[in-house]
Design a protein around this ligand. Structure first.
Ligand SMILES: NC(=O)c1ccc[n+]([C@@H]2O[C@H](COP(=O)([O-])OP(=O)(O)OC[C@H]3O[C@@H](n4cnc5c(N)ncnc54)[C@H](OP(=O)(O)O)[C@@H]3O)[C@@H](O)[C@H]2O)c1
Length: 362
């Protein structure tokens, strides 16, 4: 066995690389032609039924408006009911065929079943499920007093998407619909302290490329794999970089287990990264879904970070350490990245809405 593996280590690797080099050009040509055709003939969303979780603010709110502009019928889910109602009213003004508001908590399996069933009872079909609800946490792993305070993040970001998908899948199969997942670029480019898991991944190395906020990035490893679904249900996985929203105002799950706005920590996290407008992100997401694209990163240039992660991971880690880590005994927000953000970067690179701490409250 040792000898077979030894030989395969040499011959197998060379053969794999050679076959990939041969296969890739025609495969790439096919994909380019396919993308071009999908761009010419995108899915017509008129009258299609779209369920969006996390539609009360940020990216989810803008997704509701973009689907409304395409004349889709909407089912909007989040916990803040009056904010959802305001989004629904605006979506109707923009052209949505119909909108229903479904207050609910995606971390409660019963709620997930209930809002999917209510949408089906009302519309009798479901074409797109957008798993967008999520929260972020911040805190250096070693300084967290009680890691269990962060467990709700996994319940919302991971189990929330899984439960909703599980409830919606039979209906999506019936309509040959699509699942759109708002994951995060931190799935393949973990940012220090963005979640305790990001720092903790040094201890959980096999899961290193994952992060609680973006656990569903690897949607293909969930019970709904692309292979399992075949062409019955499409999947579009979106990995945004920094996007204008309540989250990028600094709405974080903190060490004591409560969500609060901490703009200093947020500036320390974003630093000199330009923040994309929520509207542009949502527009790109709906377009990608209409064109049947499997992956999307917004803004697109963020994808280049992936190359640095793959080919020079140590360099990225050193840069992050210099920019994002606080000195021994200093406050967590006292980082070089925040100094840069506050000495002009924020004015230049962030949408003006992020200067205010105000978030919607019901
Ligand atoms: N902004 C960024 O830079 C960025 C980057 C990468 C990925 N993302 C991802 O984008 C998604 C949307 O976030 P956002 O940036 O637009 O932030 P946001 O403005 O804070 O929106 C989050 C949405 O999720 C909803 N939500 C949170 N917990 C929920 C729960 N338990 N049940 C139902 N809904 C819940 C919130 O509504 P209620 O509070 O009313 O329930 C809100 O509508 C998230 O999955 C996030 O991880 C954002």
């Amino acid at each position: 066995m040792d000898m077979v593996n030894g030989v395969l280590n040499w011959v197998g690797t060379t053969a794999m690389v050679a076959s990939l080099l041969l296969f890739y050009p025609p495969y790439y040509l096919f994909k380019t032609c396919y993308s071009f055709l999908s761009w010419l003939f995108p899915e017509d969303l008129t009258g299609k039924v779209v369920l969006i979780t996390g539609a009360s603010s940020g990216i989810g709110e803008q997704l509701a408006y973009q689907y409304a502009l395409k004349r889709a019928s909407l089912a909007l889910v989040a916990r803040r009911e009056s904010s959802l109602q305001q989004v629904a009213d605006r979506a109707l003004e923009l052209g949505a065929r119909d909108v229903i508001v479904l207050p609910g908590d995606v971390s409660a399996p019963d709620d997930c079943n209930r809002f999917v069933q209510t949408a089906i009872s009302h519309y009798d079909r479901l074409d797109h499920l957008v798993c967008n609800a999520g929260i972020a946490s911040v805190g250096a792993f070693q300084e967290i007093p009680d890691v269990t305070k962060y467990s709700s993040q996994l319940d919302i970001n991971f189990w929330g998407s899984v439960q909703t998908t599980f409830a919606a899948l039979p209906h999506l199969k019936r309509s040959r619909g699509r699942i759109v997942v708002t994951a995060s670029a931190t799935g393949w480019n973990p940012v220090p302290r963005m979640s305790f898991y990001n720092v903790g991944n040094f201890f959980f190395h096999p899961l290193r490329q994952q992060d609680f906020i973006s656990a569903c990035w690897d949607f293909e490893t969930l019970p709904v794999s692309c292979t399992e679904l075949g062409s019955q249900v499409g999947i579009t996985v979106v990995t945004p970089g920094w996007i204008e929203s309540e989250m990028s105002k600094g709405k974080y799950l903190k060490e004591h287990g409560e969500v609060e706005v901490d703009q200093e920590m947020c500036d320390a996290q974003i630093g000199l990264f330009p923040v994309e407008y929520d509207k542009n992100c949502a527009k790109a997401m709906v377009q990608a879904a209409q064109q049947g694209e499997r992956y999307l990163t917004v803004p697109a240039w963020f994808r280049a970070m992936y190359l640095w992660r793959v080919f020079a991971p140590e360099v990225v880690e050193i840069c992050y350490r210099l920019l994002y880590m606080h000195g021994h005994g200093a406050r967590q927000a006292d980082t070089a990245s925040r100094t840069m953000a506050e000495s002009g970067g924020k004015q230049l690179l962030y949408p003006t809405s992020l200067r205010s701490e105000e978030i919607k409250s019901d």
